[in-house]
Design a protein around this ligand. Structure first.
Ligand code: HPA
Ligand code: ZN
Length: 345
């Protein structure tokens, strides 16, 4: 059941939400590779793609779970070979994000998806960093990188990746954990996260997307993460909900992703309103927008349409996105003030 706003009221609220400043905190840069760009880059690098063209590629985007998505995601990412490829990918994303009034983007990248194919860590990080610097100058937009370890690989491989990353320590602000959650509990990465935290890196992890609520607790206890990516299955554990609330742990929720990967049957069944009602610090993000049907404003617009979210809920989601970012308090303040101003009118 959704709240019966008149079309105008919903239209006005959606318009306000789309125009408002926001932070994108759950976005895999490889998941922004649109089929047209995949084919363009594949052509210039002379690498094959197992699709006839962009249209056929999009038609293959019917997923039954996380794993069936990841197979296509890693296949498409294999067209990326040069520093310019990574720059072009990130620059296209950052321009789209700016159009959605994203003022801060904390962007995941999967170095192991590239180093495993013989692409150097340096190639990846230099291309991405060049786009981020360009966005700062040309779009007045703040962005930073979070390096993810693939949880279907071993902790030893994560340590090897960290070694390769160390000469570029200044180019990323944190580490994350992604890829297939089933049978890959967070505790497998305890030592590498401990090392990363000693290096002063922020720590986040995907948990409670397909995996159980226990993986959310595990990410907090073993990895000492500051945010949980997804975390929607936390509602299965009351004590965990109480803890997430007490410790004010952000949950970076991706509604369209959850529908595409069948975490929820349809958007009107998503538990976002329940997360907010429980007092949890949820915000809305886009995960892999080229695959899941939209960027952050698409996620917000669809959620407002399909779910019983109030104006206060929308305001909270946007405020949470900014507050949960790793920006300095002083850098968050002007964005939060603008948000308050817009919602006060
Ligand atoms: N979940 C886990 N790993 C991922 C995802 C996701 O949605 N997207 C890219 N890597
Ligand atoms: Zn994700």
């Amino acid at each position: 059941m959704s709240i019966d706003y008149g079309a105008d009221v919903l239209g006005n609220l959606a318009d306000l939400v789309l125009r408002a400043p926001k932070a994108e905190l759950h976005l895999h840069i490889e998941g922004t590779l649109e089929p047209e760009m995949a084919f363009e880059i594949a052509r210039r690098n002379g690498v094959p793609l197992p699709f006839v063209g962009p249209r056929e590629m999009r038609q293959a985007y019917t997923f039954h779970d996380l794993q069936s998505f990841l197979e296509i995601y890693y296949t498409a990412a294999a067209v990326l070979r040069t520093e310019d490829d990574f720059h072009d990918l990130a620059w296209a994303y950052l321009q789209r994000a700016r159009a959605d009034n994203v003022v801060r983007a904390e962007i995941f990248f999967d170095p192991q998806a590239h180093t495993s194919r013989g692409i150097s860590f340096e190639t990846v990080v230099r291309g991405l960093t060049r786009a981020i610097e360009r966005a700062r100058v040309e779009l007045q937009m703040s962005a930073a990188l979070i390096m993810c370890f693939l949880r279907h690989l071993t902790q030893r491989e994560a340590f090897e990746t960290l070694e390769q990353a160390l000469p570029f320590r200044q180019h990323f602000i944190g580490v994350g954990l992604d890829s297939g959650e089933r049978n890959n509990p967070p505790e497998r990465f305890t030592e590498v996260f401990s090392r990363c935290r000693l290096l002063g890196l922020h720590a986040v992890a995907h948990a409670g997307e397909e995996g159980p609520a226990a993986f959310v607790s595990g990410a907090l206890d073993a990895l000492k993460v500051e945010r949980i990516d997804h975390g929607v299955r936390c509602l299965e554990d009351r004590a965990l909900v109480a803890r997430l609330m007490r410790e004010r742990i952000p949950l970076t929720v991706c509604p369209l992703s959850n529908i595409k990967l069948r975490v929820f049957e349809k958007l009107s069944r998503h538990n976002l309103p329940k997360l907010l009602a429980a007092g949890l610090r949820a915000s809305v993000h886009s995960d892999d927008p080229a695959y899941f049907g939209g960027y952050v404003n698409d996620n917000l617009r669809s959620s407002l349409t399909a779910l019983p979210l109030t104006r206060d809920d929308a305001h909270t989601l946007l405020r949470n996105s900014l507050e949960s970012s790793f920006l300095e308090t002083s850098q968050k303040a002007p964005h939060l003030e603008r948000l308050e101003e817009m919602f006060a009118r």
